[in-house]
Design a binder for this molecule. Structure first.
Ligand SMILES: [Zn+2]
Length: 72
């Protein structure tokens, strides 16, 4: 397997879907490749935070665990 270059659907910037990330996705059984570059993903995360409320605390645990492993 090799690194893949994907295009972000939000900003149309090319980004790398690395070998390690592909392994991670496979391991998790994700069928889809990432749709967004890391800066758009970060922006999305920030947005979610600012909405707050009950959903925020419920979603946070799951999201953080996933993101931590995938993108650190
Ligand atoms: Zn982007």
């Amino acid at each position: 397997m090799a690194d893949k270059t994907l295009v972000c659907k939000d900003c149309n910037t090319q980004f790398i879907f690395s070998e390690g990330e592909q392994d991670f996705y496979k391991e998790k059984g994700f069928m889809n490749e990432p749709q967004r570059c890391s800066s758009c993903r970060t922006a999305k995360k920030q947005q979610r935070k600012s909405f707050g409320g009950n959903n925020y605390s419920r979603n946070r645990g799951f999201g953080n665990k996933l993101d931590f492993k995938a993108w650190q």
